[in-house]
Design a binder for this molecule. Sequence first.
Ligand code: ADP
Ligand code: MG
Length: 523
Amino acid sequence: MTLRIRIVAALVLAALIPMAVVLAVPLVQAEKRANEVTAKRVELAQKQASSRVERARVAFGVEVDRAAKALAADRNAIAAGARATLGLAPATAEALALRFGLDRVEIVGASGVPLASHGTAGGTADSAVLVERRSVATEGETLTLVAARTLGGPFVADVAAITGGTASFRAEGAAACPEPGVEVPVIDGAVLCVSVEPAEAKDVRHEQLKSFARVAPAAFLAALAVGLVIASRIARPIRELADRAEAISAQHAQPITLLEEKDETRRMTLAFDQMLDDLRASERRRLAAERVAAWEEIAKRLAHEIKNPLSPIQLAVENLRRTRQRAPQAFDEAFEVETRTILEEVGSLRALVDEFAQFARLPRPTVATCDPRTIVRQTLTLFSGRIEAQCIAVVVDFASAPATIHADAEQLGRVLKNVVTNALDAMEATTERSLQVDVRGEGDRVVFAVRDTGRGFDAEALRRVFEPYFTTRPDRGGTGLGMAIARRIAVEHGGTLTASGSPGQGATITLTVPVAGPPPEPA
Ligand SMILES: Nc1ncnc2c1ncn2[C@@H]1O[C@H](COP(=O)(O)OP(=O)(O)O)[C@@H](O)[C@H]1O
Ligand SMILES: [Mg+2]
């Protein structure tokens, strides 16, 4: 799979997963949601049914008021009532019932005697009868108008249509209204039952799935489009990098073909591994070439160094022969002088060869557990005579030295010996003479720092101090191999040897080696 596809897939998933979670939560809670919807419907039905009943009651009340007014204005009826001449009154009751849409009208005299009546109200179980009374004061007596209106089938159908459920009247105390639904009291003894259709959880789920299905394709396409743009932005530089790495490794001995690999990141990793291998191989070749070059240089310098004492020796021998031929009387004296010269030069030749042998045949370090402080102490003891003679103040600081390290104690001792020799040499010409030796642990390394107050380094000496045969004291037995040997030992231990300082400011030579000993030899 290419990196691009992976990024696109990740982005699409990143967009869809939260959506799915948003969807799943209501799906799980569909039951609760359905109950909420049902409760809302019940509440609405309650409001609608109550308002219908109230409106019917008010409308009825208004009609009864108007009927009472009409009766009060009807002088005939009142006269008839007062006289109680039955015959006219029934016509009045009928007229009122028809005029004001009342199902039953009854006119009662002051004594409670019914004077006239018209119509019937109620009677069926599926209805409720509203009844209202009004007193009508006349000149003669006060009559009572009793009016009734039946709320029956049409009213129930109206309520059912508005609430969207079914509606019916129930006598109070009879069977309970169906659930879910509402009960609206209408008159004493009758309630209006309105049933509500319950919301089903599966409908709620269905609804939610439908809305998810409407949104999901758009979200998917949007994520896909954004993903494609982002992915190609991310993948392009990586692909280019892989191409470049491939091109670089193609220029080397064993180019690898990575083109088969579609995944950019894997391609890049492979190309880099290959480049790393190439680098290691070329580093090995470079080191080998450098070693050869270094030995050539050493051989050249050695030849040069051997040639130097040869001239005085030759001159001395020639001088002796000439003296014996031309001035035999002076021969003994010349013999004394010239043989001393020859012996001196042979001596320095031997020193040169000895030190070269040491440099060339330096054995691999023999590692053992040792105490770095002991190495320093033993080295300083070697020089105690010279230190005393030169009046040198020696300061050692072992405060943060590790107690033990893994190293070739003898070889590290030789490094310190060469370093201290140079320091004492450098302080021959200065008046302030002090030598400070610090040993401290720094992470997984141990550091030996040797500071002197000698003449210090000029730029050339600082640059060449570790070069074999570089010496500023050829006239005083310097071979220029001491620091070269010291550095070789440091490197063989997996460490470093560095120099710092400036003219007149003294010098510091720092040896750093791993506490755990030299790293294992590379294969
Ligand atoms: N502590 C030091 N102070 C000043 N110069 C130094 C010091 N150590 C080394 N050098 C310089 O580095 C040169 C090389 O040192 P080395 O390799 O020991 O050879 P040699 O001591 O035989 O000259 C020395 O000749 C000297 O000029
Ligand atoms: Mg030296």
